[in-house]
Design a protein around this ligand. Structure first.
Ligand code: 1HN
Length: 370
């Protein structure tokens, strides 16, 4: 008996030395979700965040910051400044007259505007002007720089798939070597893009649903995403209002997704962008997904009820996260007002990989796949 014990100890240490682990020891670690690195549900409150951003806009010069953003850092993922293990985000502030240099990178990026007119992102030669509620895309591989031509600060929420790009180990790097040439001249490196597309190019080409120009090249630079880079808030509101007469989804209310108008696919390969409208009094069912979602409250107030009895309370401009595997429902707590949530998830990634699962809990407690 003693001998076997001794042999087992030898087995363990010899295995370790050879870079081998014993399954019967590891099994608990593999199977117990407590051992996994996952984000936790969390809210970043605008009333706390706004003064810090305002302070940063005062004392952190753009030349130093390069991009002036405070990053939404999930407390469970420290020291990484990530919202989930797939999604990264921040809140950016540009003072009047400020600008940020051109670059590109493998992660896809997006801006959702919270405040100010006169802000813009130049993407592949298009100057995308922005106002509150507009969505601006910089799909992976597209050159982009920002600026504020307006009279007041511009503030937006950035969402990127950076952790996914990093976790997939594709050794992504930022690229700064942007060159432009006039016909017949040598290419010169530049810090901003020359605007080469018509004002409102994306909107003119693609914003009429169901109709696509057939004489235009839809490939924009090295983009693997939608050729439409701007989605106007006014169009989203029009769509949502038209949909009010239809029966809402039991979990997500009246919801729409921004799509690539040439394919109907998500606007970037990895993430889905959309808006949920919860009318006053709507009582959604609980749901659970294998995907993770981050939200920004565009209008109204409410709370996310979690299965463990905890709740996340939020109001306008707050940002919050519901990680994969969480039972949750969003409740509009303002009896006289619509609730509108901007929602970004990694659902397209999970779907493509065969990992997507979505469940709904009915009023009687039964759980159904959806
Ligand atoms: C990025 O491209 C921006 O362009 C902001 O505004 C933050 C963080 C990491 C990687 C790329 C931007 C970023 C970023």
């Amino acid at each position: 008996m003693l001998n076997v014990e001794h042999e087992r100890e030898n087995l363990t240490s010899s295995s370790r030395q050879l870079g081998l682990a014993e399954y019967w020891v590891e099994r608990e670690i593999i199977e117990d979700p407590a051992h996994r690195t996952t984000a936790v549900p969390f809210v970043w409150h605008w009333k706390d965040m706004q003064p810090l951003l305002a302070k940063a806009s005062d004392i952190v010069p753009m030349e130093e910051a390069y991009r002036r953003a405070l990053l939404f850092s999930n407390p469970a993922l420290a020291p990484k400044a990530w919202m989930t293990t797939t999604i990264y985000g921040g809140c950016s502030w540009y003072n009047p007259g400020e600008s940020a240099e051109v670059h590109r990178h493998p992660p896809s990026a997006s801006r959702f505007v919270l405040h100010g007119d006169g802000g813009w992102t130049a993407v592949e030669g298009e100057k995308c002007m922005m106002s509150r509620g507009d969505l601006i895309l910089t799909p992976n591989g597209t050159w982009h720089n920002h600026g504020n031509d307006g009279k007041e600060p511009v503030i937006w929420v950035d969402i990127l798939d950076l952790p996914l790009a990093e976790n997939l180990n594709n050794r992504w790097v930022m690229e700064y070597d942007y060159f432009e040439a006039k016909p017949g001249e040598t290419a010169l490196q530049k810090k901003t893009q020359t605007i080469s597309k018509a004002d409102d190019y994306s909107v003119k080409l693609y914003a009429i649903g169901g109709i696509k120009p057939t004489f235009i090249d839809h490939q924009r630079g090295e983009s693997a995403g939608s050729p439409m880079f701007v989605y106007r808030w006014a169009d989203t509101v029009k769509a949502l209002n038209t949909l009010r007469e239809f029966e809402a989804d039991p979990c997500d209310g009246i919801s729409v997704e921004y799509i690539d108008p040439t394919t109907g696919a998500s606007v970037v390969p990895t993430m889905s962008f959309g808006v949920h409208l919860f009318e006053a009094g709507f009582q959604p069912d609980f749901q659970r997904k294998s995907s993770s979602t981050v939200y920004c409250v565009i209008q109204g107030r409410g709370r996310t009820e979690l299965d463990d009895g905890k709740t996340l309370e939020w109001e306008e401009n707050d940002v919050f996260v519901v990680p994969s595997g969480t039972w949750y429902r969003h409740v509009n707590t303002d009896p006289g007002n619509d609730l509108m949530l901007y929602a970004v998830s990694d659902e397209p990634t999970l779907k493509k990989l065969g990992f997507l699962r979505r469940y709904r809990r009915l009023a009687d407690g039964a759980i159904v796949a959806r």
